[in-house]
Design a protein around this ligand. Structure first.
Ligand SMILES: *Cc1c(COP(=O)(O)O)cnc(C)c1O
Length: 428
């Protein structure tokens, strides 16, 4: 690299340090952010010429791999054809076709798609839809049930149903009442839900869950039979079931959706993250025809008064359609290979005295580092720095270490990721 090139690199990282506020970042103590200039497949290229394996799919969004040429081409074509148009009163082919294609892939019964911007907005739409569905029917159902350790996003409605903790503490008094059920990895969620229904059933609008995998709450994996039992309780008591598949959608857990893995069909399902293959922001909230019909009325007040400036952005929709075409048999094979490699490496790691509760669900593997619980535990940052020095991008959540790679990640790449983790376990 020429010295002129290095100078420009320094120039823009100085601008970052001076003008940018980063997400989930304590600017007083955080290490400088890693300047990334290029990405391809499972690899990120830094400004100083280093190559990093992206073991976390860039915050869980990169599905097939970075800079996928099929998606990039679809984006370029769409940008030149129709970049953006208001989606209230107008429509366009990328959104209409994407909605139809999603419906064909989603669990049965989900037939209407509301498009928004990201995972948090997909959840906002789901929560608002659930409350208004009952209010349109003249029923007062102010209560929503959610799980301990849940994470559903950072906007207010999403925070409301997320667990109370470090992320929400400054806002707790603004978040309203939630019926909290035990985390299925720790307690009797179904028993607690049945008791809640007995006591307050008529007040309940919905139950929201991250099916089978609670992500930001610590990569907690929970059994299919619990999800089936919760779905059954909901349908018996006529309570809407919201599945937040923002993380689990599009093959993360193996099958295209975690609900499909458990054989259940929710009333409302949220997706985002991998929907565009991880190239552009887009959220989608799918509902049953019954939920949609609850808003069709000659009474204008029954309208879902929700929308974002970029709702159904045509370029995002085109990216999503291109990404869906890549979820073919060979993608399923790659996901299976990743799961297989996780199993081999985790079996070895499990023997290490510092490794607790090793777990795998599809393309996601996680374990806890012994004796250092909590999101604020420093050990995660130490592992992240160690991995960075050794060519791997990891971002443990406190003492919870996870590997969540793009589907293009090879057996050799995974072997390198696990080797770095193992060296850290020996080193510190
Ligand atoms: C990441 C995440 C969200 C929030 O998505 P954003 O795009 O970050 O707003 C919501 N639910 C789950 C399960 C998530 O993992």
């Amino acid at each position: 690299m020429s010295s002129a090139q290095q100078n420009t690199d320094r120039d823009w990282t100085a601008l970052d340090a001076r003008y940018v506020w980063h997400p989930y970042t304590q600017h007083a103590t955080a290490p400088l952010p890693v300047p990334i200039v290029r990405a391809e497949g499972a690899r990120l290229h830094t400004a100083d010429g280093r190559v990093l394996l992206d073991a976390i799919s860039s915050w869980w969004v990169t599905l097939h791999g970075h800079a996928n040429p099929v998606i990039a081409q679809a984006i370029a074509d769409q940008a030149r054809t129709l970049d953006q148009v208001i989606f209230a009163g107008c429509t366009h082919e990328p959104a209409a076709r994407l909605a139809a294609e999603l419906v064909a892939l989603l669990p049965p019964g989900l037939t209407r798609v509301f498009l928004s911007d990201d995972g948090s907005t997909a959840v906002e739409v789901a929560v608002k839809t659930a409350f208004q569905f009952w209010s349109n029917r003249g029923q007062r159902r102010p209560l929503i049930a959610a799980l301990e350790h849940a994470y559903h996003g950072d906007t207010f409605g999403a925070m409301r149903v997320s667990a109370r903790g470090v992320f929400t503490a400054p806002f707790d008094e603004h978040l309203g009442e939630v019926a909290r059920l035990p985390d299925p990895t720790e307690g009797d969620t179904v028993g607690a839900f049945r008791t809640l229904i007995d006591q307050r059933g008529p007040e309940l609008a919905a139950l929201i869950v991250e099916p089978l995998l609670m992500g930001a709450g610590g990569m907690r994996m929970w059994p299919e039979h619990v999800l089936r039992a919760l779905a059954e309780c909901c349908s018996k008591a006529r309570i809407l079931l919201i599945a937040d598949e923002v993380l689990t959608g599009f093959g993360r857990t193996g099958p295209l959706f975690a609900c499909a893995r458990a054989g259940i069909a929710p009333d409302i399902l949220c997706v985002s993250k991998g929907i565009t293959g991880g190239m552009l922001p887009l959220g989608a909230t799918a509902t049953t025809e019954k939920v949609f019909d609850g808003f069709r009325s000659t009474d204008k007040r029954h309208t879902l008064f929700h929308g974002h400036s970029y709702t159904a952005n045509p370029i995002s929709c085109a990216a999503a359609r291109a990404s869906l075409t890549l979820l073919d048999n060979s993608s399923a094979q790659r996901r299976e290979n990743i799961e297989h490699a996780h199993r081999e490496h985790m079996a070895r790691l499990a023997a290490h005295p510092r490794v607790r509760n090793p777990r795998i669900l599809g393309t996601v593997a996680a374990f806890d580092l012994a004796g250092e619980a909590g999101y604020l535990s420093p050990v995660g940052g130490e592992l992240a720095s160690f991995a960075l020095r050794n060519g791997v991008l990891l971002r443990p959540m406190g003492n919870v270490v996870y590997v969540l790679p793009p589907y293009c990640t090879t057996a050799d790449d995974l072997a390198m990721i696990y080797r770095v983790i193992e060296r850290f376990l020996e080193w510190r």
